[in-house]
Write a protein that binds this ligand. Structure first.
Ligand code: MRU
Length: 358
């Protein structure tokens, strides 16, 4: 049960193109979108062709290689090349606001640029590609480590509720929350999953169900608003979700609806786990109140598969994420181990002991 599909984010070096599995079309169609320019890659991130915090980070790193080539073709002078490239990287880092992995990946590219002041534009281009490939391979290893640590927290026979898609599709492969489920199964445990449908983009119904069914992991789809009933009926033994940004105190931004699941889990004394790499932790934010919450187009709520379901011009709230208070989180599962409350100290400890992972 060790599925590590990495085909959903691929860089064709000969054509210098980024090829992405179009997640908007799943599960009915497996189509790929090709990005030859930075703008196309930014569009792919913004329109959710690729989504999920670590996957956005990996995509951004490859998009940086596209940006480097664009900057080289626009400028003959090396300094102008660097100035243009920095401007393009800034544009890229603002493609979506909530997942910190985007700015984190762009930050890695900027450090590569800084560390090589004498390299030619062509060499920088190659260094950016190598950094992106390294980041992609590293993300798979990180998810497997999260899976091993998290898998140990689940019991044989557990049914795990998850919200959104924090699987292979949302990372470079294997997944964070779904990595924990894969990890438990690899440890010989029988695990089943309840996938919240995750309105309005339906990442649970379309993506989590697709990738778990592909791996023959038992999954049952439920409406988001069935969560309380399913917990009341004893159908859920633990909740495992991913994260887009975690503040220094453990407050966690994830897909809208996650906070409600956590409140319900607390009510029913069900463990609530967040699975995320250390790169998702934003130490610059003391708590979750400053995490930027993306608001997406109203049409995602007013329309379902192109069909309008409400009145014309209906005002809409379409916040894409919410923040779960640290006090509701049983543990944060990372690639360096399971962090427990109080998170201010366990998170600080992880970053001190494993600075290279941050
Ligand atoms: O809007 P999305 O689909 O990018 O939101 C994704 C999530 O909320 C995921 O749970 C999170 O990014 C973790 S992915 C490993």
């Amino acid at each position: 049960m060790e599925t590590i599909f990495t085909d959903h984010i691929r860089f064709d070096q000969d054509a210098w193109q980024l090829v992405l599995l179009d997640q908007r079309k799943l599960p009915t169609r497996e189509e790929y979108m090709t990005c030859s320019t930075l703008n196309q890659a930014i569009f792919a991130i913004q329109s959710m062709v690729v989504r999920g915090a670590p996957a956005i980070g990996v995509t951004a790193a490859f998009a940086g290689a596209l940006a480097a080539r664009e900057a080289r073709l626009q400028n003959e002078d090396d300094q102008q090349f660097r100035n243009t490239l920095l401007l393009l990287l800034d544009q890229l880092s603002h493609a979506r606001p909530t997942a910190v992995n985007l700015a984190w990946a762009v930050g890695r590219l900027k450090r590569v640029l800084d560390a090589h002041p004498d390299q030619t534009p062509k060499q920088i281009e190659a260094l950016f590609l190598a950094e992106a490939q390294g980041l992609q391979a590293e993300d798979v290893r990180i998810c497997q480590a999260i899976g091993a640590y998290g898998g140990a927290l689940l019991n044989d026979g557990d049914c795990v509720l998850t919200h959104c898609n924090a699987g292979a599709l949302a990372t470079a492969g294997y997944g964070t929350a779904l990595g924990v489920i894969r990890g438990a199964i690899a440890q010989g445990k029988k695990i089943s999953v309840i996938a919240d449908e995750t309105r309005p983009f339906l990442q649970g119904a379309r993506l989590t169900c697709w990738e778990l069914a592909r791996d023959q992991i038992p999954v049952t789809l439920a409406c988001d608003n069935a969560c309380a009933l399913l917990m009341q009926k004893g159908r859920v033994q633990s909740v495992v979700v991913g994260a887009d940004r975690i503040a220094a105190n453990g407050d966690t931004a994830n897909k809208i609806g996650t906070f409600g699941c956590a409140l319900l889990a607390k009510h029913f004394a069900i463990p609530f786990y967040v699975a995320a790499p250390l790169s998702t932790i934003d130490l610059s934010l003391a708590d979750g109140s400053a995490i930027p919450i993306e608001e997406r187009p109203a049409e995602e709520v007013t329309h379902v598969f192109g069909q309008q379901i409400t009145l014309d011009k209906m005002p809409v709230y379409n916040f894409a994420f919410d923040v779960t208070e640290a006090s509701l989180i049983t543990a944060i599962i990372t690639e360096v181990g399971v962090l427990r409350p109080p998170y201010t100290s366990s998170i600080a400890w992880a970053h001190t002991v494993f600075p290279k992972h941050s």
